[in-house]
Design a protein around this ligand. Structure first.
Ligand code: CO
Length: 441
């Protein structure tokens, strides 16, 4: 498949996934097309050889796997992990206030969003709502308004003369409230002026009372290609839905689904952007619980799970910082990575990334054999380095490599990346899943 077809599929995937809860639904829908069966953590699992399964925790983390022909103790797990969440604004529990006849919704800041990029955009809301039905039962549904609903207008430059010298700043408590309705008496009596009434109208007919929500603010502009040759693309949430999409595309290759000796596992975690400490994040027991159950399906011995982990390999996939020619001073020039020049292996001796020289060598070997270009990233010594799920998940005893594709404007409301890199990442993940050789050094 061509690079632009893969990239278009990614843009469609992101457009269908305006929140982490929707991302999990989008992943589930693709798995369903390939006859994956949903497992319930509260039930006993009876796993079949070559069976395709997935399990969801917290509605926003999901682990899919293909049960290998060989036991986990014999051939280990082949894992790839990514995260479903992106930095953004979230609607507060008591969100609404009115000032100068304008209803505003107050927001929490989720993760390290570049706040100013949320200004002057057609924003909407998506997420999950918990409610009581007419018959008194608790229920939940996903909500996506889709239409532009909210806005954070900038000040005119005439009222903010220093903006181009001092940067575009929003005071986090007072200046981020999103304008949502005109409360003046020009509106008809039936007009919405209360946020919960507006939300109620999005719920199923049997909804009696809204009890709680998780609502993510997102940009309604769809994904687009750009550049003289359409070699770039832009969208929200490229960090890290682009990695989720590569993982999923590699897994759902028919030859991987049918021929796998090892058990293939794809783990998509929420809460990476806020540290992964939650009941369903990468620091939770979600992955180890799931791997243990898979191992137990074929275990002959109480040591088999430990043997399986020792034999396993994890690719942790998250986006990387591409070189921006307008800002050359923020990169280690020896380790600048470039858009459309291949997948990035992230290395940090202080273990902010889980790559070690062995996992690096193994990944390079797979790139070479899959004919995929790669680049090496190391952060500047005088800037703090970010982290990923890799160093957290590797604590299970999994040999791990941290990789990702180069992108611009990470954590902006509107991010950019390269068409060719997306295909390259899919190709090397596909190779990793499909090779049956024991590549361990
Ligand atoms: Co990320």
């Amino acid at each position: 498949m061509s690079a632009s077809i893969h990239a278009q599929a990614l843009l469609d995937f992101i457009d269908c996934s305006p929140s982490a809860w929707h991302a999990v639904k989008s992943i589930e829908a693709q798995l369903a097309d390939f006859h994956f069966q949903r497992l319930d953590e509260t039930q006993i699992w009876a796993l079949k050889t070559s069976g395709r399964y997935y399990v969801v925790r917290g509605d926003s983390s999901i682990i899919a796997f293909v049960h290998g022909k060989e036991s986990a103790a014999t051939s280990g797990f082949k894992l790839i992990g990514a995260h479903t969440d992106s930095p953004s604004l979230r609607i507060k529990p008591n969100p609404q206030s009115t000032a100068a006849n304008l209803a505003r919704l107050h927001v929490d800041i989720y993760g390290g969003a570049i706040l100013a990029t949320f200004s002057d955009r057609e924003l909407s809301l998506a997420g999950r709502v918990n409610y009581l039905t007419h018959s008194g039962n608790l229920a939940q549904c996903l909500v996506n308004f889709e239409r532009p609903l909210l806005r954070l207008p900038n000040l005119a430059i005439h009222l903010n003369r220093g903006v181009n010298e001092e940067g575009l700043k929003f005071q986090k408590q007072h200046e981020l409230a999103l304008i949502f309705a005109d409360m003046s008496n020009q509106l008809t009596p039936s007009a919405f002026t209360d946020f919960t009434e507006l939300l109620q109208a999005e719920l199923p007919n049997d909804a009696e009372q809204i009890l709680s929500w998780d609502l993510n603010v997102y940009d309604t502009q769809k994904g687009h290609f750009w550049g003289a040759n359409n070699e770039f693309f832009a969208n929200g949430q490229i960090d890290n839905l682009a990695s989720c999409h590569s993982v999923l595309t590699a897994l759902l290759d028919e030859k991987n689904l049918q021929n796998t000796q090892s058990t293939l596992v794809c783990a998509f975690f929420d809460h990476e952007e806020v540290g992964s400490d939650s009941h369903c994040g990468a620091a939770s027991h979600f992955l180890s619980d799931t791997l243990k159950r898979i191992s137990d399906a074929t275990a002959q011995n109480s040591q088999d799970f430990s043997r399986a982990l020792a034999k396993s390999f994890m690719i942790s996939a998250d986006m990387a910082h591409a070189y921006h020619p307008n800002f050359p001073s923020v990169y280690d020039t020896q380790h600048a990575v470039h858009i459309n020049q291949g997948v990035v292996i992230k290395i940090n001796v202080n273990q902010r990334y889980a790559t070690d020289s062995v996992s690096q060598a193994m990944f390079i070997d797979w790139c070479d054999k899959a004919n995929v270009p790669y680049q090496l990233y190391s952060h500047r010594n005088d800037l703090p380095c970010g982290s990923t799920i890799g160093s957290i998940v590797s604590q299970l005893g999994l040999r791990t490599v941290d990789v990702g594709n180069p992108m611009w404007a990470m954590h902006s409301c509107r991010e950019s990346a390269g068409v060719f890199d997306h295909k390259a990442m899919i190709d090397v993940m596909n190779y990793f899943f499909s090779t049956n050789s024991d590549a361990k050094l």
